[in-house]
Design a protein around this ligand. Structure first.
Ligand code: NA7
Length: 545
């Protein structure tokens, strides 16, 4: 079928995004006998892993867990080479999936979806592209990712810089050679922390501009031995089930003790264990009150700060690298390879923007309150308008022409992070108020895809034309999400979880912290209760506005 013929067709579902969510959604809908097309702005599959090609980009969920589980034969065949897979290896995996399941013939690349409008009369979505083309579908599924809408910093003069600029989320495919260059990196989240050690090896001078120090620990990455792989594969089904019923999407021992009820030695031994294993979830769940009790959390913070002080030679730099402004884990903690050691290099300088903020970027430099740093290249590791950015970037209009952007002006409102009241047959894979970024994303993606597929099948089987949550159910879920968040320390941080990295964005904890297993049970029970909290419309009944 040519592209044009495809566009003239009508689909059961339009899926936006060919990352891990969109690819599995397409495969699953085909298995269920639905027609579907994926629209993707990139030239290839992989989503996050297509765009984020910066040096050192690596997943910080173990590769044996950060992989699809829907095909038992495939999970047995694929062999990951390292504990934490690199971006190129994950992208190879994504491309292999696209080939293996023959997905590309139903994916249109390099198209930007700019508008999607629900039609109350036809009970279908019209989805428009920047090219001016439109197609229609009964179901509209956003698989656009939680961290896909990148953002530059709001610094005067950003556009004026005459040297080379890069954003970690849009890295050139051919790579960048910084050899002999004076480089400035702005931002010390995961992307900055992973790329800084590698850029430092090439640059003649690297200046790191840090607004907020982050908690990072050594990844302890290593090749996966045949024995380790065989042991996991021997019980892959059980292993996956443990992930599905866990808190963060990876099965770990559930802690029973408070950090405050054990001796300092016992506590530090536990932290050291997590540290040695390079295990973020192990650290977050070292004790049962790590993310709920500030005093307990402080003990882990001090453990990590002492690690930083032990590595970094210059005491002032070490202190500047120590986070004090947020509890450990409430901003996304990082795994690194030689990050703190990098600041012992003679060609690396840390600028603490809390002491001396950036005032402007000039054609040749980054200027702070009291100094000017001439640079040849600037790397913006400044992150994303997370969770909602990619969703509201499309002009999505539900019943009565109401826009998602307006509905979410004061924060995202959804039922289960999956559906939105007033937007029939609209689904968000790993949407806000679902566990999403508080989980191993692929575990959550698979759960959402399976749930959406089952809902679409239910409509088909019962002859209903549309499904949407009631306002009451949605209000209940939003309140539940907020209460779950308020019981933790997450609201204490200015994080992208809270939307606080985007000026003007409403401050609310967007991902659901109730846990992957608890959430899955809730979603399943809602279905078992006859789609509790949803309204299903029969074909002959017009959908009321
Ligand atoms: P993050 O984690 O949002 O990090 C962005 C960094 O950029 C962070 O250190 C920000 O400081 C910094 N930033 C943003 N704007 C500015 C300005 N204007 N001036 C100085 N510094 C600024 O994005 P990443 O790409 O590193 O990681 C995203 C996720 O990908 C990560 O959490 C993993 O889940 C994978 P701030 O902390 O806001 O003070």
């Amino acid at each position: 079928m040519t592209d044009q013929e495809q566009l003239n067709s009508e689909y059961d579902a339009v899926i936006v995004g060919a990352g891990f969510g969109g690819m599995y959604m397409l495969h699953h809908l085909r298995e269920l006998g639905f027609s579907a097309i994926v629209l993707e702005r990139a030239a290839g599959v992989g989503g996050t892993w297509y765009w984020n090609r910066y040096p050192g980009a690596r997943c910080d969920v173990e590769s044996i867990n950060y992989s699809y589980s829907f095909d038992p034969a495939f999970e047995q065949e694929w062999v990951w080479s390292e504990k934490y897979a690199t971006q190129p290896e994950i992208l190879r995996y994504a491309n292999h999936v696209a080939d293996r399941y023959d997905l590309r013939k139903d994916i249109r690349f390099e198209v930007l979806v700019d508008k999607a409008v629900w039609n109350d009369t036809t009970n279908r979505w019209s989805v428009s592209m920047a090219t001016g083309e439109t197609l229609t579908a009964q179901h509209y599924i956003m698989a656009s990712g939680c961290l896909s809408h990148s953002k530059l910093p709001e610094i005067p003069g950003v556009e004026s810089f005459k040297g080379k600029t890069y954003h970690t989320g849009h890295w050139p495919h051919e790579g960048v050679d910084f050899t002999g260059l004076r480089v400035g990196v702005i931002g010390t989240g995961s992307s900055g922390i992973q790329s800084i050690p590698i850029i430092a090896e090439q640059a003649s001078q690297l200046t790191v501009f840090q607004r907020t120090p982050n908690f990072s620990m050594p990844a302890g990455n290593r090749p996966l031995t045949a024995e380790i792989v065989a042991a996991v594969k021997a019980r892959y089904p059980e292993h996956r089930e443990e992930n599905r019923t866990s808190g963060f999407g990876v099965g770990v021992e559930i802690p029973t003790k408070s950090a405050l009820e054990v001796t300092e030695e016992e506590r530090n031994a536990k932290y050291q264990d997590g540290w040695d294993q390079g295990n973020l979830v192990g650290m977050l769940l070292a004790f049962n009150d790590m993310i709920t009790n500030k005093e307990a959390n402080d003990t882990a913070c001090e453990f990590i700060r002492n690690k930083i002080r032990a590595v970094v030679n210059d005491p002032e730099t070490a202190e500047d690298l120590c986070p004090f402004d947020h509890p450990m884990g409430t901003k996304r903690p990082c795994l690194d390879t030689g990050y703190y050691e990098t600041f012992n290099r003679p060609n690396v300088k840390l600028v603490n923007l809390r002491k001396t903020p950036i005032t402007e970027i000039t054609p040749t430099s980054i200027r702070t309150h009291n100094a000017e740093f001439e640079v040849d290249a600037i790397v913006y590791a400044t992150g994303f308008d997370a969770m909602t950015g990619a969703l509201v970037a499309v002009d999505i209009r539900g019943k009565g022409g109401v826009t998602l952007k307006d509905e979410w002006e004061h924060g995202p409102r959804t039922y289960l992070g999956l559906c939105v009241a007033g937007f029939p047959n609209f689904y968000t894979i790993t949407g806000p108020t679902s566990p999403s970024v508080f989980s191993n994303m692929i575990v959550s993606i698979e759960q959402h895809v399976d749930w959406i597929g089952a809902a679409m099948k239910h409509l088909r089987d019962t002859g209903a034309v549309s499904i949407e949550p009631t306002l009451e159910a949605q209000d209940w879920w939003v309140q539940h999400n907020n209460e779950a968040g308020d019981a933790t320390l997450y609201p204490l941080a200015n994080s992208w979880y809270m939307g606080s990295n985007v000026p003007g964005k409403t401050r609310v904890l967007m991902p659901y912290i109730g846990g992957v297993g608890v959430y899955r049970t809730e979603c399943d029970e809602i279905v078992a209760d006859g789609y509790r909290g949803f309204t299903l419309h029969e074909a002959r009944q017009p959908v009321s506005v």
